[in-house]
Design a protein around this ligand. Structure first.
Ligand code: C2E
Ligand code: CA
Ligand code: CA
Length: 399
């Protein structure tokens, strides 16, 4: 296979092993191989303004000073578009857990290989990289074909709107709320889902623009739902990065209050993740939001890793079980156990428990029998435009 269009960075403290890998890569036809002895040195290379772009990083796990885990965290935070391969002499199970960790940090992990590294190992992973690369076509490395300029133009032009997905009480089928999910209504390309813009907005420090648009439009919509006799709540997604701004809670409160809506009808969904760096301001914001009466929801529960710790630190009002567990509920015993214990945990902490990704009648029935409070998913309805959601509300009263 032909590796000659790729550039590599090899991070390995052992001189001999590093040489061997560089040698293999050169023999496979690499265009350029850069070497680093430590994670710090590698990060310096990646951060240098004029470094030549690197396609694939190969990194050892067991290194002095900065180990591979810490290095992968930095890669996930600042270089998540570069493909990474873990090389390690550790056993398979441990490598598996590091893989999970890297994924949680947002690292674009191509795979993990046990040492000694062979050309065949590497070729398999490179062909995977190639096929992913060609699948994404001309799209940029983060999977979006739009650049930040186009996205910001769409935002200021008013082309972003919340779509609403209903949340129903499983025991009664009663409509109790809706999650507002951002959609870019592109004048040429139609409805564009969040994966094409959230990441870029977060990385460029512009996510707050979207957050406030979503909050304002969703709160206005909530007012209309109430005026039509549907006393439901709305949930808006909040990026963790926004929580670093100490003024965030006050800004949110002001927007909602100015529109004349009681904060108790507004829930803020926050995804649990390990990458919450500014812990203190985030806690202050969340505590303040709770004090003002907002609901706080822990989103994608079970996918991050400090789940328990987060719950004890912050007074959440809702726990949302991630859809990946619901999807596996019937086939994986582990998922079922996790769902059951999440439901129990939520009940004990006086939180509402919502299951995401309810796709079938069977999902609904099972979750209901497990005493899960609320359900959200395609079985009930997909996220809808405001007009359609209002129709949905009216129908749900008549049935
Ligand atoms: P999320 O908060 O976990 O939202 C749930 C996602 O699952 C939505 O994807 C929804 O359309 C999808 N979904 C709902 N029911 C089902 C189902 O039964 N099966 C399957 N397979 N999927 C279902 P969507 O709208 O593409 O949003 C993706 C993510 O983008 C959201 O995940 C959320 O993290 C983020 N997002 C959306 N809007 C905003 C926003 O305004 N601000 C921020 N910061 N993030 C947002
Ligand atoms: Ca959410
Ligand atoms: Ca989710």
């Amino acid at each position: 296979m032909n590796t000659n269009e790729f550039t590599f960075l090899v991070v390995e403290d052992d001189d001999f092993q590093r040489e061997v890998i560089v040698d293999i890569l050169m023999r496979l036809g690499a265009q350029k191989v850069t070497e680093a002895r430590t994670g710090t040195e590698a990060l310096k290379i990646l951060n240098e303004a004029n470094y030549s772009p690197i396609d694939i990083i190969l990194c050892d796990l067991n290194m002095p000073e900065m180990d591979g885990m810490e290095f992968l965290r930095h890669i996930g935070n600042s270089h998540s578009s570069i493909a990474t391969i873990i090389m390690s002499a550790l056993d398979g199970a441990l490598i598996e857990s590091v893989k999970k960790m890297a994924g949680a940090y947002g690292t674009y992990l191509l795979g993990a290989i046990e040492k000694p590294v062979t050309p065949a190992h590497l070729e398999t992973l490179f062909s995977k990289y190639k096929s992913q690369d060609s699948k994404s076509g001309k799209e940029s490395q983060n999977g979006s074909k739009y650049n930040i300029g186009e996205i910001l133009e769409g935002l200021t032009g008013g082309d972003f709107n919340p779509f609403f997905q209903p949340k129903l009480e499983l025991a009664t089928g009663k409509l109790i709320g809706a999650e507002a999910l951002a959609r870019w209504i592109h004048p040429q390309h139609g409805i564009i889902p969040p994966y094409a813009f959230i990441d870029l907005l977060e990385k460029s420090g512009n996510i707050d623009i979207l957050t406030f648009i979503m909050l304002e439009k969703s709160t206005k919509a909530c007012k209309v739902f109430h005026a039509h006799g549907h006393e439901i709540s709305i949930s808006v997604n909040l990026s963790l990065t926004s929580l670093a701004d100490i003024k965030l809670a006050d800004k949110i409160t002001q927007i909602v209050k100015n529109l004349g809506v009681d904060p108790k009808y507004v829930t803020l969904e926050i995804t649990e993740t390990a990458a919450m760096t500014e812990m203190a301001p985030a806690l202050e914001n969340l505590a303040r939001l709770r004090m003002k009466g907002f609901g706080l929801s822990i989103d994608d529960y079970g996918t991050g890793y400090s789940s328990m710790q987060q719950i004890t630190r912050i007074a959440f009002t809702e726990l949302k079980i991630d859809q990946s567990f619901v999807r596996e509920m019937t086939t994986s015993n582990v998922s079922k156990v996790l769902i059951n214990s999440s439901i129990e945990l939520a009940a004990k902490l006086q939180m509402k428990c919502t299951a995401e990704g309810v796709e079938t009648k069977n999902d609904w029935e099972q979750l209901k029998s497990m005493n899960c409070d609320l359900g959200q998913g395609y079985f009930i309805a997909k996220p809808m435009h405001f007009d359609d959601f209002l129709k949905f509300c009216n129908q749900s009263i008549n049935t």
